[in-house]
Ligand binder design. Structure first.
Ligand code: AMP
Length: 119
């Protein structure tokens, strides 16, 4: 984990250098609307510090960060009115999963019925 990575678009969003529609902030995380929404509600929940993917959140610090990030995502879901209908939290890791931005992010998706398994 490091504070910011060069050429990371999500680090630039955290720094306010790239505009984003921020939904909620915590001391160490930011939730903002996905540019290319795949559901009526599609929000990305990211740690403010640069972490490449979930597998990079290691040790006690990573464990605590992942716990806080999940709790924060659940708070965002509540704030956006998703508790009654439910929602999906997804984190893509690596090429097979289609990860396109190398900064850990949870996709918070809701507002429609979703199929399983994902494609
Ligand atoms: P993934 O493919 O799992 O790495 O997800 C990356 C997500 O970031 C995609 O859903 C993109 O639409 C989204 N995305 C990329 N750039 C931006 C941006 N500048 N603002 C908001 N969302 C973005």
């Amino acid at each position: 984990m490091s504070s910011a990575a060069a050429d990371c678009i999500f680090c630039r969003i955290v720094a306010g250098e790239i505009p984003a529609t921020v939904v909620r902030r915590s001391p160490d995380a930011v939730a903002f609307r996905d540019l290319d929404p795949r559901a009526p509600t599609h929000v990305l929940v990211i740690p403010s510090a640069h972490v490449g993917a979930v597998r990079d959140a290691t040790g006690p610090e990573g464990e605590a960060l992942l716990g806080r990030l999940l709790q924060f995502a659940a708070e965002v879901a509540t704030e956006l009115g998703l508790d009654a209908g439910g929602y999906r939290l997804v984190t893509n890791t690596g090429p097979d999963a289609g990860q396109s931005v190398a900064h850990l992010h949870l996709h918070l998706l809701g507002g429609r019925r979703m199929s399983w398994p994902p494609g």
